[in-house]
Design a protein around this ligand. Structure first.
Ligand code: GLN
Length: 392
């Protein structure tokens, strides 16, 4: 019997990023595909998690998040960004920013709506929008500086536009949207009465002295922005699945309802431990960025040395490389060769594009790894250079 599957589920594929991790594991390849660190999380957070479990914090937290964690988030936004957030009314803790994003989409988007997404995009956004019953409208970011054409963006908005998803610092491109670009987007949101749903999970991973701009702090955007964030990338705890959405009370009420019926709540002891991270001194974040900048510079030069030209990322921890010099049929086959023969896994560029053909000459590497892992990747990638030269 052929069971009935929903039209929604038929409209997207499995995550290629997560599939690459499974392939890397099977092949013993170094996983520069899925973006998660291979070094330990802050000791104080691990200790706090153990303490919470030993203290029998085993039952549900409040569905929209433990008060202690919401207070810590509000305090951090006040101290770090000078943004005042009402912890009682404007924060929803979710199971990772992944859930915060889909809960937000389901809370504000209706079938028939349109949602603007910059392309290339982190692969979750497409399914998030489709599961919400809406249609994505893609606007290109152009290699190598990943700028967008303001006219194309303007043309993507219309009276069906319910929201735009903005991810800055950006995965997979490493683009950091400038204040001027965000102001342009903000003005379109106001003109078309649309929301900005911003994924700011890489807010503290930013290089070369650039600064992160919060969309919700631009004039007229506080009530129109859903700010998505989480502890995964900042504190190197991607498996803890603690994320959150910050939005006005009205939006938050809707997000909290959806969140409650999706997952009830994030892990209680880990919420307790997340508080310790949010109380880190400012120096922690400076150190984080500098460390990642060093890793970025290392991998960028390794890739350049083996003939993979790339756009230098200005934030987040990914590098998109141009594989055209290799004259491989496509990105998927190139990544297959890289993972199975060279022993380094990456993500095919096409998985970040709606039209796969636009991503065929890109692959994405992540550099959120120990120095020794990156050094091992360099050694393995040098084979790529040799094999390329031999085939020439
Ligand atoms: N953000 C990470 C990436 O792009 C992975 C996120 C995930 O797999 N949930 O690789």
């Amino acid at each position: 019997m052929q069971p009935h599957l929903s039209k929604k589920a038929a409209h997207f594929t499995e995550s290629v990023i997560r599939e690459m991790t499974r392939l890397a594991d099977r092949c013993g390849a170094i996983n520069l595909a899925q973006g998660f660190p291979d070094f330990p999380a802050p000791e104080a957070m691990k200790e706090a998690a153990c303490r919470a479990i030993r203290a029998d914090m085993n039952q549900y937290a409040i569905t929209w998040g433990a008060k202690k964690l919401r207070d810590a988030i509000a305090t951090k936004y006040q101290n770090f960004w000078n943004l005042s957030v009402d912890a009682e009314k404007e924060i929803t803790i979710c199971c990772g920013s992944t859930e915060a994003m889909i809960a937000s989409c389901l809370a504000v988007i209706d079938p028939g709506d349109e949602v603007v997404i910059f392309e290339p995009f982190y692969e979750n956004y497409g399914p998030d929008v489709i599961l919400s019953g809406a249609a994505p409208r893609f606007v290109s970011l152009y290699y190598p500086d990943w700028s967008f054409d303001p006219e194309q963006l303007e043309a993507a908005f219309n009276n069906r536009t319910r929201a735009i998803i903005v991810n800055t610092p950006n995965n997979p491109t490493g683009k950091v949207f400038s204040r001027a670009e965000l102001e342009f987007i903000a003005q379109l949101c106001q003109k078309w009465d649309a929301l900005a749903i911003t994924d700011e999970i890489y807010e503290h991973i930013i290089y070369d002295g650039l600064e992160h701009t919060l969309m919700c702090q631009l004039p007229g955007m506080r009530e129109r922005t859903i700010t998505i964030n989480g502890i995964s990338k900042t504190y190197s705890l991607t498996g803890w699945r603690i994320g959150y959405a910050i939005a006005s009370e009205t939006l938050t009420n809707a997000i909290r309802k959806v969140h409650d019926f999706l997952t009830v709540g994030a892990a209680a002891p880990l919420q307790e431990a997340a508080v310790v991270g949010l109380q880190m001194p400012k120096g922690y974040y400076v150190h984080l960025s500098l460390e990642y900048q060093r890793k970025r510079d290392f991998l960028y030069s390794v890739l350049g040395n083996v003939g993979l030209r790339s756009a230098l990322p200005r934030g987040a921890y990914y590098i998109m490389s141009d594989i055209s010099p290799f004259e491989y049929p496509d990105d998927v086959q190139f990544v297959g060769y890289l993972t199975q023969e060279v022993g380094v896994a990456a993500v095919p560029g096409s998985s970040f594009f709606f039209d796969p053909s636009k991503g065929r000459h890109f692959i994405r590497f992540c550099f959120c790894k120990k120095d020794e892992t990156l050094a091992l990747a360099r050694d393995r990638l040098s084979r790529l250079c040799v094999s390329r030269l031999q085939s020439e």
